[in-house]
Write a protein that binds this ligand. Structure first.
Ligand SMILES: *[C@@H]1O[C@H](CO)[C@@H](O)[C@H](O)[C@H]1NC(C)=O
Ligand SMILES: *[C@@H]1O[C@H](CO)[C@@H](O)[C@H](O)[C@H]1NC(C)=O
Length: 456
């Protein structure tokens, strides 16, 4: 009987899942707390959010205000929840209950641990949740005398500020918050009156090696990204980025960014079909150095790499203005680490996602198209063509078959001229030799000379 239910549910789920999201919806920002949730270690919770078809509701919420998500960890959702209660939640007929339960974990305010009520003892704050159907629709935020922050009466903030984004944040908690109406519905279904949906506190976990109680995990993960936004770390340039603020403590030098940049340029050359971009990167030493510097300081980058065919379509005029190549490349650099999988998952879930680029303030929009990811819009778009050409955890290179331009420039302003220019003049072949010459000399300086047969 259970398997029947799950079977039916699976099919239902599949139908919803395969229905493409409304194409008209505004793109969600790739650094939204929602995208972060789906990519986070709260995998059980994000699966439930998807199953409950709540993404649109939550998108709506973050488009109007910040949200704070109290995210039960996987342990709480997998093992501490009464199996029968969990079965109840997953039955298709109880979708409403599942939605209510999940919405009860979200408040439409930004309450970081800094803003937590009650610096002194005894005080507390009450916040409405997104679970509007609940009569007692509020969560109590308390700071106990011990200093511990507690939500909903019993859930300790085990990982405060675990994920922080511009439109909200996630606190990790170790148990599920059950709104009364869901509890009552569950009880009604079972025709029983007094069942606690949540098992008593989980037994303390003992570390088998040391035979001692396991300490809670440190809230700030090692290798966490730098605190300042990437733009603050960028060198100032013409209309590229604001002048940098000096970073606290200076560069962290955890990573050898320069050699990672060299590696990926080398990979592009070996991969084939991306020589033009590789050449430009080698030619524009300042840009490559800048990328290396950012990576050294702990920032991550995704390069949308136009292939040679796409680059060949650039007109000489498009490249003629001073700094044009830099501008073009900066628009193809996303200050996030994205892989084919993560981008495809995002566009499949949200329809349209917009990524920041290093060419401020322009963003690049991605959407699902033909089972792939399409960047940009209209004629100036490119498909994800060669996924994951290079991925080392800090730099990701994704091959695309078009050169992208910010949408805003298609109307007015100098670059607007671009649109009226005669199309597709092949510039690639002509300056090939010159480019390679420079490429080789610079790579020679990098000590990689012998690796490029085309240099001889
Ligand atoms: C979310 O919070 C940030 C930081 O407090 C604020 O700058 C931003 O305007 C807020 N966004 C919305 C939609 O209220
Ligand atoms: C390469 O650099 C040289 C010197 O700065 C410049 O004259 C040339 O136009 C550059 N080529 C490309 C394709 O950017």
């Amino acid at each position: 009987m259970d398997s029947q239910i799950y079977g039916a549910f699976g099919i239902l789920f599949l139908i919803f899942h395969l229905t493409p999201p409304a194409a008209t919806s505004a793109p969600i920002n790739s650094n939204s707390v929602l995208v972060a949730l789906l990519d986070s270690h709260y995998t059980e919770l994000s699966e439930l959010v998807e199953k409950a078809l709540l993404l649109q509701t939550l998108e709506e919420a973050v488009s109007h205000h910040n949200i704070t998500i109290f995210a039960p960890n996987n342990e709480a959702l997998e093992r501490q929840l009464d199996p029968e209660f969990k079965r109840f939640l997953l039955q298709p007929g109880n979708l409403k209950s599942l939605q209510n339960l999940l919405l009860f974990h979200v408040i439409p305010y930004r309450v970081g641990s800094e803003d937590w009520p009650g610096e002194g003892s005894g005080s507390e704050g009450h916040y409405e949740t997104l679970c509007n159907e609940e009569n007692e629709n509020h969560l109590r935020l308390v700071r106990e005398n011990s200093g511990q922050k507690v939500v909903g009466g019993s859930a300790i903030l085990a990982r405060p500020d675990d994920v922080v984004r511009h439109d909200g944040l996630i606190h990790g908690i170790e148990r599920v918050l059950v709104p009364r109406l869901v509890q009552e519905e569950f009880n009604r279904r079972r025709s029983l009156t007094s069942i606690a949906a949540v098992l008593p506190e989980g037994a303390p976990v003992v570390d088998p090696r040391t035979n001692r109680l396991k300490k809670p995990v440190a809230p700030v993960p090692v290798g966490a990204p730098p605190v300042l936004p990437v733009y603050d770390a960028m060198a100032p340039g013409p209309s590229l980025a604001p002048a940098p603020a000096p970073g606290p403590g200076g560069p962290r030098h955890h990573f050898d960014g320069a050699s990672q940049v060299k590696d990926f340029i080398q990979t592009l050359l070996h991969y084939g079909g991306y020589n033009e971009l590789a050449d430009i990167l080698v030619n524009l030493t300042a840009l490559a150095t800048e990328m290396g510097k950012l990576v050294s300081e702990g920032y991550v980058l995704t390069v949308l790499a136009p292939n040679d065919e796409a680059m060949a379509k650039l007109t000489a005029d498009q490249l003629s203005e001073p700094g044009a190549s830099e501008q073009i490349i900066y628009y193809h650099l996303i200050p996030e680490y994205q892989t084919e999988e993560s981008m495809y998952n995002s566009v499949r879930r949200f329809g349209k996602v917009q990524y920041d680029t290093l060419r401020l303030p322009h963003k690049v929009v991605a959407e699902e198209a033909d089972g792939s990811v399409k960047f940009g819009s209209g004629e100036e778009s490119g498909y994800l063509f060669d996924p994951d050409i290079y991925t080392d955890g800090r730099i990701s290179v994704q091959g695309i078959d078009g050169v992208l331009f910010p949408v805003e420039e298609a109307v007015g302003t100098p670059a607007g001229k671009v649109a009226q220019l005669p199309p597709a003049k092949v510039v690639a072949k002509q300056n090939r030799g010159k480019l390679l010459e420079v490429a080789c000399s610079i790579l020679g300086a990098f000590g990689k000379h012998s690796q490029f047969t085309s240099c001889h």
